[in-house]
Design a protein around this ligand. Structure first.
Ligand SMILES: [Zn+2]
Length: 84
């Protein structure tokens, strides 16, 4: 079943089989979970084909920025929010 599931999720089976597996996944909890997990893995793999390096760098820069300018920014924010 696992192999059929994989082939199905990889789009290597005909529509009838894919449909049957999908229906089975809805009725069979174990296969349903397997289908969901496998789909998630495939999705995240697909997403990360475009390296997340830039986003990570931006996040890191943002974090460093917060560390260095944090207090001042926080004060500004408080003032803007109507503090004393
Ligand atoms: Zn099953």
């Amino acid at each position: 079943m696992a192999r059929a599931l994989q082939a199905c999720l990889d789009g290597e089976v005909d529509e009838v089989t894919a449909q049957r597996v999908a229906v089975h996944g809805e009725g069979c909890r174990r296969c349903g979970v397997e289908i969901t997990v496998y789909r998630e893995i495939k999705n995240s793999l697909a997403r990360q084909e475009v390296p997340d390096e830039a986003a990570m760098a931006r996040l890191r820069a943002f974090g460093a920025d917060l560390l260095t300018t944090g207090p001042a920014e926080a004060g500004d924010e408080a003032a803007r929010l109507g503090g004393t």
